[in-house]
Write a protein that binds this ligand. Sequence first.
Ligand SMILES: NC(=O)c1ccc[n+]([C@@H]2O[C@H](COP(=O)([O-])OP(=O)(O)OC[C@H]3O[C@@H](n4cnc5c(N)ncnc54)[C@H](OP(=O)(O)O)[C@@H]3O)[C@@H](O)[C@H]2O)c1
Length: 257
Amino acid sequence: MTDHTELAGRRVLVTGATHGIGRSIARAFAAAGATVVLHGRDADAGNRLALELSGSFVAADLEDPGAPARIVDAATEGGQLDVVVNNAGFEVEAAVDALVPEILTRLLRVNVQAPVEIIRLALPHLERSDGAAIVNVTSIHESVPVEANGGYAAAKAALAAFTRTAAIELGPRGVRINNLAPGAVRTSMNDHLIHQVGEERFARWIPLGRVGDVDDVAQAALFLAGPASRYVTGTTLTVDGGYSQHLVRYAPDPGTA
Ligand SMILES: NC(=O)c1ccc[n+]([C@@H]2O[C@H](COP(=O)([O-])OP(=O)(O)OC[C@H]3O[C@@H](n4cnc5c(N)ncnc54)[C@H](OP(=O)(O)O)[C@@H]3O)[C@@H](O)[C@H]2O)c1
């Protein structure tokens, strides 16, 4: 494992840090010596993790338009903010016919609008850092389609496109911004799918032979936030064990494909 001690003393906001990938990212930053500001809705889980990591927790539902301001206020208490990890997100399985405006609005609100607003509000603080970095957690579905996933894919693709554009504007201001696109990672978000397919069978779709672990994604987040990626901005780092390259994804039996 890479030594990420250069992140010591950095102040890092991680949204959606109460469970899954975000919790692992928060733990990884704290282990590297960063001060973590955690966000989520589940106050019990958030406060427990804040205690464990000697960080702080802010509860806010990203569907609430006032949430980004409350989160950035908490993250910038004391003035310093070096890294923003926009990780919070959710997925709704809805085929085109079922993608009613209420669902699409929620998907866009949480997965695109809120992270963009967090970035906009955090920017004056990030600009003062000599190691400013933004990591937007998207998904392989920012570019790889699967059925009944159009709303989520549209939201993640929008965030990814925003990142590429923002990189042009923010580079000269000393702020790097990248996308981190996980593939299939075992969390509550896709437990049911992995269970339904069967983990062994699922793993056969993945060139590296296993479903992803939250720490696989956390290590990539450390890389994108730290000086090892100092010349990297406006790109997407895919962390999927090769899953998105495997075009036999839809074969009825991946074992014989
Ligand atoms: N797991 C995968 O295979 C996978 C693959 C590609 C991309 N991703 C992306 O990775 C990120 C993390 O997903 P995960 O798998 O770790 O999912 P998860 O275990 O369901 O965790 C989601 C996190 O986001 C927070 N969150 C969700 N909706 C929110 C809202 N409306 N307001 C505030 N917080 C909200 C949750 O907070 P509370 O629990 O406190 O409500 C939780 O901390 C997401 O952006 C997801 O799209 C995941």
